[in-house]
Design a protein. Structure first.
Length: 298
């Protein structure tokens, strides 16, 4: 039996959906207890004699991992080899831009491209929205306003996602599932039938799935991915705010935290309106939060 390479496209606790290099999708089990493949993983697998199942024997090196601490505080990998993170906000629930900044920070730290999508454009927006989105534009993030309900600007979202593997994150209720369903169109039925399939030994609930979009590209979706809270270290936070990291090169002290230090180029840039006050406040808030969480852990 010869090994083949495949892509993990669904996970059901210890079972996986695998897409082989010829495009065929098969069920797979995992060899041993130590291997923990996740959606987006490129793996090596071999057919099991007299069975339809395949066996995953090896996980190829990952370009990145989406991680979060689980309930026992252990780091859990949610997905691998992500090309893009779409952070979604909307008029309702009340947007919390600090949450958007936290996701953008996490994306920056694992070197994943990120974009900000404001959904529910069919509803009236807060007057501050233009300025908030303009700030993101200014520091190089793609921003889109769309409506999963009316269809407004969905071609733009679809083209944004049209290559590679993306994930969509954001507060609960902003419209992530609605957007994914709308983008999937007819294929929505297919995913529903995958999760409903009951075969011998097969878990009926999909933990996560890599969904191929009709307009190109794919989205990894799972409840855990949708509202994952990135685990950040205090010393990483400044690096995750790209405009702060860039201004920080001119701070007097190499270990400047950009809070009260003299000769801080970041605070100067905020005073000069080169860095948005809102993003700077977000940075300070996230730094304080990660310090507090870290202090608890030790
Ligand atoms: P999720 O928790 O982020 O996955 O959000 P859902 O997709 O479940 O959507 C939450 C609610 O917002 C549902 O009642 C949707 O019908 C509604 N919703 C989603 N997209 C839009 C939109 O573009 N416009 C409006 N008005 N409502 C939307
Ligand atoms: Zn500084």
């Amino acid at each position: 039996m010869t090994a083949e390479s495949g892509l993990v496209v669904a996970t059901y606790s210890r079972r996986m959906g695998l897409r082989l290099s010829d495009g065929k999708e098969v069920d797979a089990r995992i060899k041993g207890k130590r291997l923990r493949p996740v959606c987006g993983d490129h793996v090596e697998a071999e057919p099991i004699r007299n069975e339809t199942d395949w066996l995953i024997t090896r996980i190829h090196g990952r370009s990145n991992e989406l991680r979060r601490p689980n309930l026992r505080g252990k780091i859990e990998v949610l997905a691998a080899n992500i090309d893009r993170l779409l952070v979604m906000a909307a008029g309702t629930p009340q947007p919390d831009w600090a949450i958007v900044d936290r996701y953008l920070c996490a994306a920056e730290l694992i070197s994943v491209a990120a974009a900000v999508v404001y959904n529910k454009s069919d509803l009236p927006a807060d007057t501050s929205l233009d300025e908030v989105l303009a700030d993101y534009d200014r520091i190089g993030y793609v921003t889109v306003r769309c409506s999963a309900k009316s269809g407004d600007n969905l071609e733009l979202v679809s083209s944004l996602l049209s290559d590679g593997v993306s994930i969509i994150v954001g507060q609960s209720g902003v419209g992530k599932s609605s957007l994914i369903n709308r983008l999937l169109g007819d294929q929505q039925q297919r995913t529903a039938s995958i999760s409903g399939k009951t075969g011998e030994g097969r878990h009926t609930t999909v933990n996560s799935a890599l969904l191929q979009l009709p307009g190109g590209g794919a989205v990894i979706d799972s409840p855990g991915v949708r509202d994952y809270a990135p685990a950040l270290q205090p010393e990483d936070v400044a690096a995750g705010f790209r405009e702060i990291a860039s201004a920080a090169q001119n701070c007097r002290f190499a270990n400047c935290n950009h809070l009260r230090e003299p000769g801080c180029a970041v605070k100067q840039a905020v005073d000069d309106d080169m860095i948005s006050k809102r993003r700077y406040d977000s940075y300070r808030h996230l730094l304080a939060l990660t310090r507090k969480l870290n202090a608890k852990r030790y």
